[in-house]
Design a protein around this ligand. Structure first.
Ligand SMILES: Cc1cc2nc3c(=O)[nH]c(=O)nc-3n(C[C@H](O)[C@H](O)[C@H](O)COP(=O)(O)OP(=O)(O)OC[C@H]3O[C@@H](n4cnc5c(N)ncnc54)[C@H](O)[C@@H]3O)c2cc1C
Ligand code: FES
Length: 472
């Protein structure tokens, strides 16, 4: 056991012996260190005003990512480097090229969230020499900053410092508001979860963070999964992929995109860059939300969940994990270890649509994910239709699947499936959508699927990677 939190702030080694488990990075920066350049806007991971950059070792390689300081718990920075807007400098006290580009291109409005925008651009500047327009929001400044030179951090030196901080001890911190435990191995995690079955598990904290900042909840003890490298692994096993529960959405995206551009589009629409850098595939599933975006897609692909308790593992079809509204088949002392995703193969027809009020950074009203396999005669041999937002859990549309199976993939089949959806779902009306809208759009998505797979050149998407691909 180690009872001191250790990380690097800019160049400075920070060691903290007593720390509350849910003290946010933003509160620590602003209230304790008086580094007030990072701002608090929404306090829920939405506006980006609090954006900071975190460097962490990923299989021994230094990786820099923009994250939201407002919903990230400070002790989860153990072994990382934290960079804030105060650390940006150009030569001889001048502005950093990213800041200078923002000034030159009039990239700032009222200025409050400018430090957050600068830090987002800084992360891009660190990672990509010539980012495509699709990757950037403040286009002129982002293009100019790349031309502006500027000293990059000494990656070798930072890597060596972070390596020196890494160990296999469980981090065990205490503060007036509770305990924070962070094991470094899966076995250590299994022991801790067995010993503290009521503990709150924290992965990327993009859901849990809001329980603290908005729900004012006190969480004690907290068990963080963030130090366990083995849980971040993504493995290609020939006919299937295995995603460790802690693989982030940013890491999962290119791998899912290799299965289908439809999955790339879904991941592009998942939160914003900072959320995708922190949020994990395991957290999106374990959270049990009826409107989580990954479960419908993974269910349609036939994913299986690997759950672990102590030394025991069990596997279940992902759809069986969701029992009822916010009730999952997770036994006491159990945690999500991995997700197994069969590769659909090029012959499978795949469709994913996320319907939300905003294109970017919004939560689904309805999410539909479908997979069809046709036999040699063109008849539907297998149909997997999964929806989010239509019931208290992500759920397959069994009646609509039955209505499709054995038929040719055509408008008559779609109409039969649409009629059957009414017996699959009795959706709710809430602030995101009415029940009638949800049922109508769920059917329309099947029609969109048919059009996309049978009528070349018909425009079905207005923005995003699929629309860009359609327009060449
Ligand atoms: C601004 C914003 C935008 C968002 N946009 C989207 C969106 O577009 N689509 C979407 O689906 N979601 C969205 N979310 C929700 C959230 O980002 C996702 O659900 C994310 O995947 C949660 O993962 P996490 O690692 O942050 O989980 P955490 O917040 O750390 O945990 C979530 C829950 O899962 C449990 N948990 C985590 N890991 C495990 C594990 N391995 N085993 C057992 N239990 C575990 C935790 O105890 C907790 O109950 C958004 C959130 C915010 C704040
Ligand atoms: S304060 Fe809005 S994202 Fe953190």
């Amino acid at each position: 056991m180690r009872d001191t939190l250790r990380f690097v702030l800019g160049d400075e080694l920070i060691e903290i012996a007593a720390c509350d488990p849910t003290l946010t990075v933003l509160d620590w920066l602003r209230l304790e260190r008086r580094l007030t350049g990072s701002k608090e806007g929404c306090s829920e991971g939405d506006c980006g005003a609090c954006t900071v950059v975190v460097g962490r070792l990923d299989s021994g390689r230094l990786r820099y990512e923009a994250i939201n300081a407002c919903i990230r718990f400070l002790p989860t920075l153990d072994g990382c480097q934290l960079l804030t807007v105060e650390h940006l400098k150009g030569p001889d006290g001048s502005l950093h090229p990213v800041q200078q580009a923002m000034v030159d291109c009039h990239g700032s409005q009222c200025g409050f969230c400018t430090p957050g925008i600068v830090m987002s651009l800084f992360a891009l500047w660190l990672n990509e020499d010539a980012p495509s327009v699709a990757r950037i929001a403040i286009i002129a400044a982002a293009q100019r900053m790349s031309a502006g030179g500027g000293d990059r951090p000494d990656r070798e030196a930072v890597t060596a410092r972070l390596r020196a901080l890494a160990d296999d001890d469980t981090l065990a911190l205490s503060g007036p508001r509770g305990r924070f435990l962070a094991p470094a191995t899966v076995a250590g995690l299994a022991d801790l979860v067995t010993a503290h079955p009521q503990a709150t598990l924290v992965a990327g904290a993009t859901d849990v963070g809001l329980w603290v900042t908005k729900g004012m909840r006190r969480l004690d003890p907290v068990i963080s999964l963030g130090r366990i490298a083995a849980l971040r692994e993504i493995a290609d096993r020939g006919d299937h992929l295995v995603f460790g529960a802690m693989a982030t959405h940013a890491e999962v995206r290119p791998v899912l995109a290799s299965l289908s551009p439809q999955l790339d589009e879904l991941m592009r629409r998942f939160g914003g860059e900072q959320i995708r850098n922190a949020g994990t595939i395991g957290g999106n599933i374990a959270n049990g939300s009826p409107i989580g975006d990954l479960p419908p897609a993974l269910i349609a692909l036939g994913a299986r969940l690997v759950l672990r308790r102590g030394g025991e593992q069990r596997q279940i079809p992902l759809e069986n994990f969701f029992l009822d509204y916010r009730k999952q088949d997770r036994r006491e002392g159990e945690f999500v270890e991995a997700v197994i995703v069969p590769k659909p193969g090029p012959e499978a027809l795949i469709h994913v649509s996320k319907i939300s009020k905003r294109f970017d950074e919004d939560i689904s009203a309805v999410c539909g994910a479908f997979l069809l396999r046709l036999d040699a005669a063109g008849r539907i041999a297998e149909a997997r239709l999964a929806y989010g937002g239509m019931a208290g859990t992500p759920k397959r549309a069994a009646a609509a699947e039955a209505a499709l199976t054995g038929r040719h993939w055509d408008e008559a089949a779609v109409n039969a499936a649409i009629a059957a959806l009414a017996s699959d779902f009795t959706p709710l009306s809430d602030m995101r959508a009415s029940a009638v809208y949800r049922l109508t759009v769920a059917g329309n998505l099947l029609l969109r699927f048919l059009i996309e797979t049978t009528q070349a050149g018909v425009e079905t998407r207005v923005a995003g990677p699929l629309a860009e691909a359609a327009h060449g």
